[in-house]
Design a protein around this ligand. Structure first.
Ligand SMILES: Nc1nc2c(c(=O)[nH]1)N[C@H]1C(S)=C(S)[C@@H](COP(=O)(O)O)O[C@H]1N2
Ligand SMILES: [Mo]
Length: 299
């Protein structure tokens, strides 16, 4: 069956077309299911997902090298089973959970999201994932918690990039608790209805669609609830260029390049440049989280 997952796969191979079209129109309009009223004008916009081939061959996963094709070449060495996730900090039920124990019984949803890297390229990815809020409810968040911190696995013998120390591994990321609980925020375990590929962060990775891609940490082995803002890998590497928030914002340029437009991966011959949208197109859903904040200072 593996040969089906090439660039001649169409979405019709995965989902009955009428279901898919309904869902993607709803998602394009409202950001996600169940987020209130559907804005009629937005219905005109549909999100055309990138192919499996594109999504799995053009990656950033520095533990496997810094080239865009390095993760596809090297991530086969990642051991993803068995997999356990340590949950600690300000939670009622801390412990080391198997992936199955942490996720069993929670609903896995299909979410077609824009994905915008801080390097100014973008894709559209049909994720399968669980709302992070559901997992936080399962472990019981205590009242003093204000942030969620995440950590990626380190398998030095299997990760060629870890040996080269291009970043201070383990890769770490974090969200404010309200961002983490937002219904758009998911832990993805699949793409196109198949288990997520190693190079995309198997077996479970964060997806926060209104933030630059580096916030969406891969291959998670620790989730910690904290009172203080946790350190994050790219901020540690270069605080002037990469802030804690890293919300997609066409009006706040990276110190070394414009963020006003992006190169959409794929699209054949005329692989196009398109305008970058405020909060990556999810402003109606998430804008209120940042009311009154100076987005230039809190980049
Ligand atoms: N552990 C880890 N997570 C990571 C990265 C990484 O290098 N290591 N790269 C980030 C960056 S910069 C981006 S753009 C996305 C890329 O996700 P994708 O390869 O699935 O498109 O993963 C993010 N998560
Ligand atoms: Mo990125």
């Amino acid at each position: 069956m593996a040969h089906r997952w090439t660039n001649d796969l169409t979405r019709d191979d995965v989902t009955p077309e009428h279901l898919w079209l309904n869902r993607r129109q709803i998602i394009a309009a409202g950001g996600a299911l169940g987020l209130g009223s559907i804005a009629a004008p937005a219905l005109a916009e549909t999100l055309e997902p990138n192919t499996w081939e594109e999504i799995t061959s053009y990656n950033n996963y520095y533990e496997f090298g810094t080239g865009k094709d390095d993760p596809a070449r090297n991530a086969g060495a990642l051991v993803t089973s068995p997999w356990s996730i340590t949950v600690d900090g300000l939670v009622d039920k801390p412990g080391e959970y198997s992936l199955a124990d942490l996720t069993s019984g929670l609903s896995v949803e299909e979410r077609i999201y824009r994905f915008r890297c801080v390097e100014a390229w973008s894709m559209v990815v049909p994720w399968n994932g669980i709302e992070l809020a559901d997992i936080l409810d399962r472990v019981g968040v205590q009242s003093g918690a204000r942030y969620v911190a995440f950590e990626t696995v380190v398998q030095p013998e299997n990760m060629v990039g870890v040996q080269r120390r291009v970043l201070d591994f383990p890769y770490v990321e974090g969200l404010r608790l309200d961002e983490a609980r937002h219904p758009l925020t998911i832990l993805a375990t699949g793409i196109y209805g198949r288990p997520i590929a190693n190079q995309n962060g198997a077996p479970i990775r964060l997806v926060v669609p209104w933030k630059y891609g580096f916030k969406s940490i891969k291959s998670i082995v620790r989730i910690s609830l904290t009172a203080d803002e946790p350190p994050t890998s790219w901020n540690k590497a270069n605080a002037r260029e990469y802030g804690f928030y890293s919300n997609v914002n066409p009006n706040v340029d990276h110190p070394r390049w414009s963020q006003a437009t992006e190169r959409r991966i794929g699209g054949g011959l005329f692989s196009s440049r398109q305008d970058t949208l405020m909060f990556n197109g999810y402003e109606e859903d998430v804008g209120a989280l940042y009311a009154g904040m100076d987005l230039g200072a809190n980049y």
